[in-house]
Design a protein around this ligand. Structure first.
Ligand SMILES: Cc1cc2nc3c(=O)[nH]c(=O)nc-3n(C[C@H](O)[C@H](O)[C@H](O)COP(=O)(O)OP(=O)(O)OC[C@H]3O[C@@H](n4cnc5c(N)ncnc54)[C@H](O)[C@@H]3O)c2cc1C
Length: 517
């Protein structure tokens, strides 16, 4: 059975895309897959909110555009920045129509401010904006009879000419692990959409959930799809030092927006010595400031002092952080929070045009796995949910149009072979996968992290290549599991990222090579 559209990933980008298409044309058949349950992905964890110009007495479209360009450090596509900022209100209204609610003061949105923004413009729902959006979109998408949702299904590879032995230079769907059946199935589709999110798991410390292993990026790389800007990895300055259930917990920038201060182990405020904007300087500057402070002192964390924020405000505006800290024995506002920087957001990814189409016909990429030109060398806080909404909308319109273009006939898809190579009998040595994953994370953190050097990048490339060769052997000899699939993607993307990092010869945005200072 050939689907009209296969959407791989069910965060804000994949779901928004699917809802738009399903609403626009109820006759189209859509299949959505997610690696874990439908709600698990980066979207659910977004705390700060969505950047949208609201208060026209103080703010303006021009100011938001300028802030985005400044954060991107000269590397943004200014045309993209302009239309994303201009289309923001329309997309926000749509989200509200679908059921999302955002905090208000009287009749106006209660706007927050985050690093790099010159005005208050962050629309949010307490400190659980992402969770709320995810739940609203999930409920909405489930209301369409033409949408099939397959949870616990893992993308392995995109189906291309390589598999179909054709020369149309298209994408024809994907091979996918059905985790329940423990087999690899073929899902053919006229249009395939990657919305697989980021790859924070490449690093030892990441704010991303464990699903964020860059699977879409890995599959696109193997399909020879153009990718760019991978080395622009944003580190969030303030993640809670102690992991909870193996996950890192983020302390949103909005907390610093509300007045919290960063202090070293002598309880001195240090950010103002680094940048006049202090705690609210762009993320890359704050993350480097903290990392440098950590290198200069004995403790491997700094303090986030929120004592200027009242207990009532903590409970009202940041209830999840308040509760989580309490569960860790940190009583706000009196106790300072121990924080570290952690890999947070991939500004680069699958290179797409202004309608989110990739260099491979029939393949779109939306959300964090794409590289649209909006973020340049550094994403402005709260611009990524916005980017996902704007580009999912554009992709949906373009994709519906492209279904009227000449496409392969149904019998072409039927002839595409089933997945080959699943008859290996050896059992994967899970411990190997775990150790290799940790080794890769250690290399990425030490050599391809916040501070890089020319020699460090070379060393990382060699060591990553060794891991890549080992993973190839495991891949060739074993049944493909989720863990092996993820490791295969992580090592490919780590390699590409490190290669691209060596091509960048000046420091820009989040990219910082100590040899170029
Ligand atoms: C802690 C945290 C806080 C954040 N706060 C903000 C904020 O305040 N404002 C803001 O604008 N941005 C924020 N961000 C960034 C933003 O949340 C993400 O960029 C955005 O949600 C990404 O959405 P997405 O749809 O691209 O991907 P995701 O929401 O990450 O969804 C990815 C989907 O892909 C699926 N997937 C992955 N691999 C596979 C596979 N192999 N097979 C099948 N499915 C797969 C996953 O199951 C999931 O459904 C935050 C991010 C984090 C982690």
């Amino acid at each position: 059975m050939v689907k009209d559209i296969l959407v791989i990933g069910t965060g804000i980008s994949g779901l928004t895309f699917a809802i738009k298409v399903a609403e626009e044309n109820p006759k189209l058949s859509l299949t959505l897959i997610s690696k874990m349950d439908i709600n698990e992905g980066n979207t659910k964890y977004a705390q700060g909110g969505i950047a949208v110009v609201q208060n026209l007495k103080k703010d303006s479209i021009e100011k938001h555009i300028q802030d985005t360009l400044d954060a991107g450090d000269g590397a943004c596509d200014s045309e993209v920045v302009k239309f994303v900022v201009e289309e923001a209100n329309e997309r926000l209204d749509e989200l509200i129509q679908w059921g999302a609610a955002f905090d208000k003061k009287k009749e106006q949105f209660d706007l927050g401010i985050e690093g790099g923004h010159s005005e208050k413009r962050i629309v949010h729902y307490k400190d659980q904006t992402g969770k709320q959006i995810q739940e609203v979109l999930t409920a909405k998408v489930k209301s369409f009879p033409n949408v099939i949702i397959l949870e616990n299904h893992t993308l392995v590879d995109l189906i291309t000419d390589h598999h179909s032995k054709s020369k149309m230079k298209r994408c024809y769907g994907a091979y996918v692990i059905s985790q329940e059946k423990e087999e690899i199935i073929k899902i053919c589709a006229k249009i395939t959409v990657l919305s697989t999110g980021g790859a924070g798991s490449l690093y030892a410390y990441s704010t991303n959930p464990i699903v964020a292993t860059g699977d879409g990026l890995g599959a696109a790389y193997r399909a020879k799809v153009q990718m760019d800007c991978l080395p622009f990895v944003q580190f969030h300055p303030t993640a809670l030092r102690d992991k909870i259930d193996n996950n890192i917990f983020l302390i949103t920038e909005a907390v610093r927006g509300a007045g919290a201060k960063l202090r070293n182990n002598l309880l001195e405020q240090f950010m103002l010595k680094i940048d006049p904007r202090g705690e609210l300087a762009p993320r890359d500057i704050v993350a480097r400031g903290i990392q440098k402070q950590i290198q200069e002192q004995d403790d491997n964390f700094v303090w986030l002092d929120g004592s200027e924020i009242s207990k009532e405000q903590w409970k009202l505006n940041f209830p999840m952080i308040y509760k989580t800290c309490k569960s860790m024995g940190i009583f706000l506002p009196e106790d300072p929070i121990p924080v570290v920087p952690a890999a947070h957001y991939f500004c680069g990814g699958v290179k797409v045009n202004k309608n989110s189409e990739s260099s491979l016909k029939g393949l779109y990429a939306v959300g964090e796995c794409s590289s649209t030109g909006l973020h340049g060398a550094n994403r402005l806080a709260s611009n990524s949910l916005l980017e996902a909404l704007v580009f999912a909308h554009r992709a949906a319109i373009d994709c519906i149009k492209s279904l009227y273009e000449p496409l392969p006939q149904n019998n072409f898809y039927i002839k595409i072979p089933e997945w080959k190579g699943d008859d290996y009998s050896k059992n994967i040595i899970i411990e190997n996968v775990k150790l290799l994953r940790e080794e890769l994370q250690e290399i990425m953190t030490n050599y391809v992290g916040i501070f890089k050097t020319v020699d460090g990048l070379k060393r990382a490339e060699l060591r990553i290549n060794d891991i890549y060769l080992t993973v190839q052997i495991l891949y060739n000899q074993n049944k493909l599991t989720n863990g092996l699939c993820e490791l295969r993607n992580m090592v490919s993307i780590a390699y590409l990222l490190t290669k691209q990092a060596q091509e960048i010869k000046e420091n820009k945005g989040v990219f910082y090579n100590q040899n170029y200072v």
